[in-house]
Write a protein that binds this ligand. Structure first.
Ligand SMILES: [Zn+2]
Length: 214
């Protein structure tokens, strides 16, 4: 009997230590940004320049402060399920967005595409500067080391759980006609919990959600 009890206590101790070692994040902040989490930024709607955006750091990347607390909760919940959410890309300045667009376009031109064709091809995956959600600080690309093709576990977890924390898969499969962006399993956008739940429930995009709410 004593042996069994010792064994049980031992196991509990190991579990306890294991969980203690998980790098949960315990910080919370008071946001001061004046950005509406439902702001629509896409190929037809530019991100206005006059928005008071306060950026904070998460995993060495910058995000809008209004998403921080929910992001922390989501990160911890994933960790609880043995999934470590890793951010590859979050806020980008207009200059950084321009650079990314130009680099991508150049790579197509190097492959032999004409300038017009390279521009059109680039627009399928990269937004023109001023029109990228990454400039809002509300969008996050989740990926290990920048690989966008081998993170099923992380993406699967996000697909099933992100909405609980106010994040949506922004460019789903088969929604290109609406979003004008190809399927991106890594790109999540913060819209707040209420909208995220509704968007998931109805299997719609942010464009459709806002269209139905205006
Ligand atoms: Zn992205």
């Amino acid at each position: 009997m004593k042996k069994i009890l010792t064994l049980i206590i031992g196991i509990l101790l190991i579990v306890w230590v294991y969980y203690l070692q998980k790098p949960y994040i315990n910080s919370k902040i008071d946001p001061i940004s004046e950005i509406n989490p439902l702001i629509l930024v896409n190929s037809e709607n530019a991100f206005p320049e006059n928005i008071n955006l306060n950026l904070v750091k998460f995993q060495e990347k910058e995000v809008a402060d209004i998403i921080y607390n929910d992001l922390v909760d989501m990160y911890n919940a994933a960790l609880n399920d043995n999934v470590t959410l890793k951010i590859n890309n979050a806020y980008r300045s207009k200059q950084e967005q321009t650079q990314i667009f130009n680099d991508k376009m150049q790579s197509y031109q190097n492959e032999g595409y004409s300038e017009d064709k390279a521009y059109e091809q680039t627009k399928l995956t990269v937004q023109v500067s001023g029109y990228s959600e990454h400039e809002t600080g509300l969008a996050i690309d989740f990926s290990n080391e920048g690989h966008y093709d081998e993170n099923e576990q992380m993406w699967e977890w996000l697909k099933n759980n992100a909405y609980k924390y106010g994040f949506i898969l922004r460019y789903p499969e088969d929604k290109y006609e609406i979003t004008k962006i190809d399927y991106e399993p890594w790109h999540y956008r913060y819209v707040g919990k209420k909208a995220a739940k509704e968007i998931i429930k109805q299997n719609i995009t942010l464009e459709e959600y806002l269209g139905g709410n205006i």
